[in-house]
Design a protein around this ligand. Structure first.
Ligand code: FAD
Ligand code: ZN
Length: 228
């Protein structure tokens, strides 16, 4: 069976994000996948990239350089245990699903912190091993998120601009940079402002998509996909 890691960033299990996460766990488990969830708020995941991420002595105690220290610590096996745990989950996964509400055209800070701290140089990328030769190649990622704004606001000529502009840093800047191939995002627009009936339809659509997810081809994650 395939392995899926769902990195989930919502405070409330009763939220639509909570329902979307639950459906993914159910549907993928039913298919025989083994599903792991990192429920970041429940874990009280530390989003800040600090000195505390390195256990023991620093490589250069005179002038702290987080990226360098994390890279060195990864190589000597002295990253903090919460990071090692997450890296293990990523390493084992065939597919990473990120489930979150859109915050300020991006992901919630706790999820951004997961990206900052887990995708360490040496583990996820190591120049020149980036983009198509990133160290996490052969994995897939899927960004599944909800918005406050409507589909119309996030259309190409809409007031908020094409939703794909926001996906550039997340999908290309982070996942593709680490070699991960990206599936079409799954976006539930404005769940708070639609009917109960519409929300149920959104959840059914997600369950339906998951049934044939493994037949999907990754997007062509290049500037054209985002900005053409
Ligand atoms: P919820 O409020 O949890 O869901 C809506 C309703 O669905 C709830 O009433 C819930 O009970 C119901 N529901 C849950 N499960 C089910 C079910 N199984 N069946 C039927 N109904 C169900 N939006 C933007 O567009 N752009 C931004 O830049 C942006 N920035 C933000 C920044 C911050 C700091 C914050 C707090 C919000 C921001 N938002 C933004 C809005 C945010 O994206 C939305 O509020 C969020 O995506 C809604 O998702 P939710 O899961 O929290 O919704
Ligand atoms: Zn790309």
């Amino acid at each position: 069976g395939r392995k899926v890691l769902i990195v989930y960033a919502h405070q409330e299990p009763k939220s639509l994000n909570g329902s979307l996460k639950r459906i993914a766990v159910e549907e993928l488990s039913k298919q025989g996948c083994s599903v792991t969830v990192s429920d970041l708020y429940a874990m009280q995941f530390e989003p800040r990239a600090t000195r505390n991420d390195i256990v023991g002595c620093l490589h250069d105690a005179e002038e702290f350089d987080y990226g360098m220290e994390a890279w060195e610590a990864y190589k000597r096996g002295s990253l903090s245990s919460d990071l090692v745990e997450e890296q293990k989950k990523v390493q084992e996964a065939d597919l990473l699903i990120f489930q979150f509400p859109l915050y300020w055209f991006s992901m919630p800070a706790i999820l951004k912190g997961w990206m900052d701290r887990v995708l360490v140089q040496g583990f996820a990328h190591e120049f020149p091993n980036c983009y198509d030769s990133g160290l996490l190649k052969d994995k897939l990622a899927l960004f599944s998120f909800t918005t406050g704004g409507s589909r119309e606001m996030y259309a190409k000529g809409g007031i908020s601009g094409d939703i794909r502009y926001l996906l550039w840093p997340m999908q290309h800047g982070i996942m593709h940079f680490c070699g991960v191939k990206v599936l079409e995002p799954h976006i539930c627009f404005a769940p708070e402002y639609v009917s109960e009936e519409n929300r149920r339809e959104m959840l059914i659509a997600w369950a339906q998509r998951l049934k044939t997810l493994w037949n999907e081809e990754p997007i062509n994650c290049s500037p054209e996909w985002y900005f053409k």
